[in-house]
Design a protein around this ligand. Structure first.
Ligand SMILES: [Fe+2]
Length: 253
């Protein structure tokens, strides 16, 4: 069974549509799971929520989704401003609006974790499902942190949150998708931390959307080009959005 894992959409509809088209072209993906951060930064949080609720078997709660439903604590000014704007357009008001209410209820229903056989799926980390960053550098500078995370999982854990793709092995060592030729074949009894990166705001200096497909045998990373300039134009046309969040998409940072 082949499953697509997408994450960190951040209201980028052009990127999300391109990734779904890429998934559909493969013809053998049986389900799509989203690891969270539907909203935040981008111009189309409502449209992304609608598409994800329609197409994904499961969507998990990310830290930006959590901030929208609660408060953007610990967020920088740009991220917090984006959450406040997103709340103004998405939160149901006093006038009845069925679709807005449905979308809000769907966001409130998102779980923090999901099991796929023995594999754990979370937005951020097994220790703190929504907020903790597992960084590539942790494989070098924070080995105890990685050992503690590995001790909590039965097999692989799939995460997003950092917007940077890659695999951390039990040694621990970190590999980018390029270093493993975009695919990795699982060894028996091995545990891995696998970051599927981001559809809507990759930060590894490659502006193309990133996601992963998983089978019993291994994981494959995919990069998908989309119309970045169309999204940047939406940022420029909307005074409520921060244009720097648009410009970073061009460089993938
Ligand atoms: Fe994110």
């Amino acid at each position: 069974m082949k499953i697509a894992l997408i994450s960190d959409i951040h209201g980028n509809l052009e990127a999300l549509e391109a990734v779904f088209a890429h998934i559909d072209e493969q013809g053998d993906v049986e389900e799509v799971i989203c690891l969270g951060d539907v909203v935040g930064y981008g111009p189309n949080p409502e449209e992304c929520a609608d598409l994800l609720s329609l197409r994904c078997k499961t969507t998990l709660l990310g830290n930006h989704d959590h901030a929208l439903l609660n408060a953007p604590l610990g967020f920088n000014r740009i991220a917090a401003g984006s959450i406040e704007y997103t709340r103004r357009i998405m939160e149901p008001g006093l006038l009845p609006d069925g679709r807005k209410q449905e979308r809000w209820d769907w966001l409130k229903s998102l779980p923090e974790r999901h099991m796929l056989g023995k594999d754990l799926l979370v937005h951020a980390s097994p220790r703190d499902n929504i907020f903790e960053y597992i960084l590539s550098d942790d494989a070098h500078y924070a080995k105890e942190k990685i050992f503690s995370i590995m001790a909590m999982i039965a097999r692989n854990v799939y995460v997003g949150h950092t917007h940077r793709p890659g695999i951390i092995t039990e040694e621990p060592r970190f590999y980018t998708p390029e270093e493993i030729g975009m695919s990795y074949e699982f060894e028996p009894d091995e545990k891995l931390i696998i970051n599927v990166s981001s559809v809507g705001q990759p930060r590894d200096r490659d502006p193309r959307s990133c996601y992963a497909t998983v089978t019993d045998d291994g994981v494959t990373f995919h990069r998908v080009a989309y119309d970045v300039e169309a999204v940047i134009a939406k940022f420029e046309a909307n005074e409520n959005l921060d244009s720097r969040s648009g410009e970073r998409l061009r460089e993938g940072r």
